[in-house]
Design a protein around this ligand. Structure first.
Ligand code: PLP
Length: 481
């Protein structure tokens, strides 16, 4: 068990150290990690999160104790810290299908899906079996491997804009690569992005970014030099006139427009009819490129992503999440003449030690194979539609102003009457109420994204019983908040 291994590692690390510089509290903290990690019980009992608290506290010791935190804020990615919903984060032990189990033995129906990758359900048996076979041959070659060709062919044949692809290790890396690429290809430096859209944490994109930046209410991050963001222009999502004005004011200077074709990082916000078409036309007219960041929407809204769903083909596409099937993968791809700029075919440098490693390629290949089966997206559409309608109906019955929507396996709802067309509208939500709803749902065994400004995800493993149970839980919680 991973927890036991972690505990053993902690225990052996402690006994190897000389006792003198360690305080009694360090020992207590370490013992609590070991106790919590080795004893995971499951079964029917009242909802408690004591072990979650012990482990999270061990990661994040209060400053009074004069001991360093193990990790900043106790986490390795900010939204996980539950800052915007209150309470302590849940520490997980295992996942399977539509379910997750925490270290206290509580079971949850999961609508985060590891932030998107788990579209066929967690820990799929076929993906696991394929991973074990690949593992026997090694985890990383740092050299070409056949599996890269297989996944590249699958991506190229699925995604309309992609004629050539480069695999990287995360969505952030994919967007960084795409940014350099559009600048290299056009010889221009300015880009347009939209308020509330998140394209990973590279410097140039940390301007009015969504996701954790929005969740924590952070201003643009310190540490980002002005020089990195002075060429980043922003507009409200769904506002064609604002984009037109930026093109007029910066004629011939804009390398590309970057966007989430359906926003997931400011909550779920779909494009208004005509918005994507207008961006396609404006970029073409000015000789700029259109980049769809499909890290979230790729293989989720349709097998060919949002571009297939909406019938708009960008010049460059970034991907991640689903194409790694739960392992760390990102990719960028696009028109052949653009992609031929990338080294070693062309002069634009970008590289990666673990890029295209056989394990990640295997998880991606077998996840996509499952998605290719007939009826998958219709299924996602049905269960997700039932879920969102159920929650909104429960909101209406219990007297809460709510709005929301879904496309295939991606959804969201806001505690505001709406409509929500951009991040400004999303911010009108009652986030305090969302926090109360969130904590109530946890107690009912439903795990949602811990922020009003994040989309939710369903999977092929979610059943109509899961949805029914979730809607009943929502009604119960909405009645009392
Ligand atoms: C649209 C979008 N782009 C980029 C990223 C960054 O991906 P990663 O977290 O894999 O670096 C994310 C992450 O959530 C995302 O949603």
């Amino acid at each position: 068990m991973a927890g036991a291994a972690a505990a053993a590692a902690v225990a052996s690390g402690i006994s190897a150290r000389p006792a003198a510089p360690r305080s009694a509290l360090t020992w207590r903290r370490a013992r609590s990690v070991v106790r919590a990690a080795v004893s995971v019980e499951r079964g029917e009992k009242a909802y408690t999160v004591q072990k979650s608290e012990e482990i999270f506290n061990a990661a994040k010791v209060p400053s009074l104790c004069l001991l360093p935190e193990l990790m900043p804020g106790g986490v390795n990615s900010p939204v996980r810290a539950f800052k915007s919903v209150g309470g302590q984060p849940i520490v997980f032990d295992s996942v399977k299908g539509s379910r997750m189990w925490d270290v206290d033995g509580n079971e949850y129906i999961d609508y985060v899906g590891s932030w998107g990758p788990a579209i066929i359900g967690h820990s799929d048996d076929k993906v696991n079996a394929a991973l074990i076979e690949t593992l026997k041959k090694g985890t990383s070659f740092g050299a070409p491997c056949y599996l890269e060709n297989v996944l590249a062919e699958m991506v190229i044949s699925a995604v309309p804009s992609v004629e050539m692809v480069r695999f990287v290790n995360s969505g952030t890396e994919a967007c960084m690569g795409a940014l350099r690429l559009v600048r290299a290809f056009t010889g221009r430096e300015k880009i347009i992005k939209f308020e509330g859209c998140y394209h990973g944490h590279a410097d140039s994109f940390l301007v009015k970014a969504g996701s954790g930046v929005a969740t924590l209410g952070l201003p643009d991050s310190p540490g980002v030099p002005k020089g990195a963001t002075c060429e980043t222009l922003t507009a409200p999502y769904n506002d064609v006139e604002a984009v037109k004005k930026l093109f007029e004011d910066n004629k011939g200077e804009i390398a590309a427009v970057f966007l989430e074709p359906v926003v997931g990082n400011a909550g779920f916000i779909p494009p208004q009819p005509g918005f994507l078409n207008a961006l396609r036309d404006l970029t073409k007219q000015d000789g700029a490129l259109l980049v769809f960041d499909e890290v979230m929407t790729g293989f989720r809204l349709a097998y060919g992503g949002a571009q297939e769903y909406f019938g708009i083909t960008p010049d460059v596409t970034t991907m991640g999440k689903v194409i790694g099937g739960g392992l760390p993968v990102g990719a960028y791809g696009g028109r052949r003449d653009i992609m031929e700029m990338v080294a070693p075919a062309g002069p634009m440098y970008q590289a990666g030690t673990l890029s295209g490693n056989p394990l990640a390629m295997t998880a991606g290949i077998h996840t996509l194979k499952r998605l290719m089966e007939p009826g998958t997206y219709e299924y996602l559409d049905k269960i997700t539609g039932d879920l969102v309608r159920g929650i909104l109906d429960a909101g209406a019955k219990t007297g809460h102003e709510m709005c929301g929507g879904h496309i295939r396996g991606m959804f969201g709802f806001f505690f505001t009457g709406g409509p929500v067309h951009n991040f400004g509208d999303a911010k009108k939500s009652d986030t305090e109420k969302f926090g109360r709803f969130y904590r109530g749902m946890l107690e009912e065994g439903v795990y949602l994204a811990p922020s009003q400004f994040e989309a939710g995800f369903t999977s092929l493993a979610h059943t109509s019983q899961d949805i029914e149970k979730t809607v009943q839980a929502a009604e119960k919680v909405l009645k009392r908040i």
